[in-house]
Ligand binder design. Structure first.
Ligand SMILES: NC(=O)c1ccc[n+]([C@@H]2O[C@H](COP(=O)([O-])OP(=O)(O)OC[C@H]3O[C@@H](n4cnc5c(N)ncnc54)[C@H](OP(=O)(O)O)[C@@H]3O)[C@@H](O)[C@H]2O)c1
Length: 238
């Protein structure tokens, strides 16, 4: 039986990913802060699964939580670092921005490092990191969120070269979602995808061991456009 861990499984994309991977026969380790949500999810899935409460704000403690879950499960070959926070940044408020740095940057790095060290020791595996199309943006409306996701995408690119140099069968997949209907998104922004559709595309990319995927696929055009647009023009809109 294949074993995988989803960090940030208690709602939205992580929850749906658990549903779709369990349907493929995965035994899962489910991590996040909300114990009740994780237990409810585990109970609703076919098969037996593991729950591990963790808070990425305490990165060192979260590393210990992940290590203990890996040891408990036995032979984890897939780890998805999906936890993330995004807040409105109308004010330059350190309490709001610190949370994004703590979870999206420090927590993400700690989880990716522990995962990679596990795969090297195991002789192979698959690390999936959930970034965002926002990684391509640098707008003032959500400047810390955008910067944190640019960090995630860049970091995973670096991890991919480390994996190559290890000469081990280690895959690193970067997922860059556009708008997906989850508790994180307020209102109805354009091109909002259902969580089922976006996650299904993510699962296909995981199964095919892709390096990178936009979900949904149409967001690649937005990223491409943003990448070639002059910064001065972007500054006028975001
Ligand atoms: N929805 C979108 O449109 C969209 C677009 C681009 C990228 N993304 C990315 O997709 C990922 C999933 O987001 P979502 O849309 O599914 O939002 P969501 O429903 O709010 O899920 C966020 C997940 O992150 C976990 N999390 C938050 N803070 C945490 C912490 N301190 N420690 C551990 N886990 C924590 C949450 O669990 P607990 O609260 O239980 O801890 C939850 O499971 C995020 O990385 C987000 O940036 C989403």
């Amino acid at each position: 039986m294949k074993q995988g861990i989803i960090i940030g499984a208690s709602s939205g994309i992580g929850w749906e990913l658990a549903v779709q991977l369990a349907a493929q026969g995965y035994q899962l380790g489910l991590m996040a802060r909300r114990d009740g949500c994780l237990k409810k999810l585990a109970d609703s899935l076919p098969g037996q699964h593991f729950v591990q409460v963790t808070d990425l704000v305490n990165a060192e403690r979260a590393q210990a939580d992940l290590t203990s879950l890996i040891e408990k499960m036995g032979d984890v070959e897939l780890i998805v670092v999906n936890s993330g926070v995004g807040s409105m940044e109308r004010l330059l408020d350190w309490e709001v921005e610190r949370q994004m740095v703590d979870v999206n940057v420090r927590g993400f790095t700690a989880m990716s490092l522990t995962s990679m060290n596990h795969f090297v020791a195991r002789g192979g595996g698959h690390l999936v990191g959930v970034s965002s199309v926002a990684a391509h943006l640098s707008g003032g409306i959500s400047l810390t969120y955008n910067a944190s996701k640019a960090y995630v995408s860049n970091y995973l690119e670096g991890m991919r070269s480390r994996a190559l140099r290890s000469k081990l069968p280690i895959t690193v997949t970067t997922v860059e979602p556009g708008f997906v209907e989850t508790p994180m998104v307020q209102g109805r922004p354009p091109w909002m995808s259902s969580v089922e559709k976006a996650t299904a595309q993510m699962v296909t990319a995981i199964n095919k061991k892709k390096n990178h995927v936009f979900v949904t696929r149409r967001w690649r055009f937005v990223a491409l456009l943003v990448d070639i647009m002059p910064r001065a023009l972007i500054r006028r809109f975001v």
